[in-house]
Ligand binder design. Structure first.
Ligand code: NAD
Length: 437
């Protein structure tokens, strides 16, 4: 895989997502009209953000925020800064957030946002003006009880802090719970930074217990060495797993005995801090190991493959070559639906994104709760509550898989749709009104 993955993202990711919805719906009791609602995002904001550049010129950046469905609570979902942000993809990501929040039973609906920008080309001050401008332009499209953003690809806690600060200025009161993933001193939660990786790690620990794995025997490859990828790598390495390959946008490295993950993270982050907001260094420069491309990493001979970068990287072109028996989807939508069919035929176990990376939104929920109560939790409390939720829901999915003879992704959608269907049903469906007449 090269630095740009646009050619691998399905043309119509939202339609791709709806295909999966229809497949799963056959196994649920969801009312037809609830399904109908899920096929149409509830509201879409398309904004143009005028931004003053350091040389005095003005640039207009395009951004989106999609609120997919708020039947179960306020919209919740990240904001992505990337040159390939596109509305169809944001709609798909918002749809997945609706399902993800339902799978882990959080009182949220789904939303997502993004700006078409290459943030690595902006100075920190330009980035701040753009981020604050996005919030001003969105206006009351977001809010603690309407829609609550969080970080995603190439956005971080400092950007979330700027966004919370700008919103607070707009409404003239400190409103910590409008955004999650903030820095700790301004309302962030302990454990949020690593929560996405930690949630994925808890999924694998459950599997370890169920399948009797010995960590040293398990070889892991991770595509993407950012927030999600680094933390799952660190936790697995700590438990003795052999993380044999990792990559970033510039390519990957491989060592058959396992890489020294803490050293790699330390070196990469040391250089990042020199770059102030973004890492522009590649893991390829940091450790003595063999070089491999992103595509080779996906096809490598490992036991567990963790796509933790962008969507649409496992397609019908490379799905037949995937050797890993277990795929943990830390990224959102890394496997297209056609590839999914191939992997399912090959009896691969895919732990789907809507559970595998739900650790982030779960601790975002904890952050939102702490902001609203003013009572802040210790890191151990955050971790143990997260572990309890992930283990509970993974176990529930195994039961659905067995009972209905489904793959884990379909089981996850079934669980999500049943919960969303219940919420929609509480406000009345056609059958309710017909009985009243
Ligand atoms: P990040 O910006 O911290 O890291 C992204 C990583 O992907 C970087 O290492 C980057 O170099 C790499 N990358 C970018 N383009 C690539 C390419 N074409 N090929 C290979 N690697 C590439 O982002 P993140 O927060 O770690 O998010 C990664 C994935 O996890 C995304 O799909 C995101 O939606 C998903 N996710 C993140 C969170 C979270 O809380 N951070 C929560 C849920 C899901």
């Amino acid at each position: 895989m090269t630095a740009s993955s646009s050619s691998q993202i399905p043309d119509q990711p939202f339609l791709d997502a709806l295909n999966r919805l229809d497949l799963a719906a056959e196994h649920t009791s969801i009312p037809g009209e609830a399904l109908q609602r899920l096929k149409h995002p509830q509201s879409i904001a398309e904004v143009n953000i005028p931004t003053r550049m350091d040389d005095g010129s003005l640039r207009i950046f395009k951004g989106y925020r999609v609120r997919h469905n708020d039947s179960r609570g306020p919209g919740k979902g990240g904001i992505r800064y990337h040159p390939e942000v596109d509305l169809e993809e944001v709609k798909a990501l918002a749809f997945w957030m609706t399902c993800k929040c339902a799978v882990v039973d959080l009182p949220f609906g789904g939303a997502k946002g993004g700006i078409i920008v290459n943030p690595k080309e902006l100075s920190p001050l330009e980035l701040e003006r753009l981020s604050r401008g996005f919030i001003r332009t969105l206006g009351d499209f977001i809010g603690p009880e309407t829609d609550v953003p969080a970080p995603d690809v190439y956005t971080n806690s400092m950007i979330m802090g700027w966004m919370m600060d700008e919103y607070s200025k707009m409404v003239r009161k400190r409103t910590l719970s409008v955004v999650t993933g903030k820095p700790i001193p301004i309302g962030g939660s302990l454990g949020r930074h690593e929560a996405t990786g930690r949630g994925g790690y808890y999924c694998l620990k459950e599997l370890e217990a169920k399948q009797g794995w010995k960590p040293r025997d398990i070889r892991v490859a991770i595509q993407g060495f950012g927030n999600a990828g680094q933390h799952v790598a660190r936790l697995l390495h700590h438990d003795g797993y052999r993380v044999v390959a990792v990559s970033d946008s510039k390519g990957g490295i491989y060592h058959r005995d396992g890489l020294n993950v803490p050293e790699l993270i330390e070196a990469k982050n040391r250089r990042t801090s020199l770059q102030e907001v973004y890492c522009t260094d590649s893991v390829c420069d940091l450790t003595k190991a063999d070089f491999m491309t992103n595509d080779e990493l996906l096809r490598s001979d490992v036991d567990v493959l963790i796509p933790a970068a962008l969507g649409g990287v496992i397609t019908r072109e490379n799905a037949n070559d995937i050797q890993a028996e277990v795929i943990l989807e830390m990224a959102n939508g890394p496997i297209t639906s056609k590839a999914d069919t191939i992997l399912s035929r090959k009896k691969k176990l895919v732990i789907p994104d809507i559970l595998a990376n739900a650790g982030g939104v779960t601790v975002s929920y904890f952050e939102w709760t702490q902001n609203r109560t003013g009572w802040y939790w210790k890191q151990e409390e955050v971790n143990s509550k997260l572990a309890e939720i992930i283990q509970r829901e993974l176990d529930a999915l195994f039961s659905v898989m067995q009972e209905k003879q489904l793959d884990m992704r379909t089981a996850a959608y079934v669980a999500a749709l049943n919960r969303i269907g219940e919420a929609v049903g509480c406000l009345g469906t056609q059958s309710y009104y017909q009985q009243q007449i």
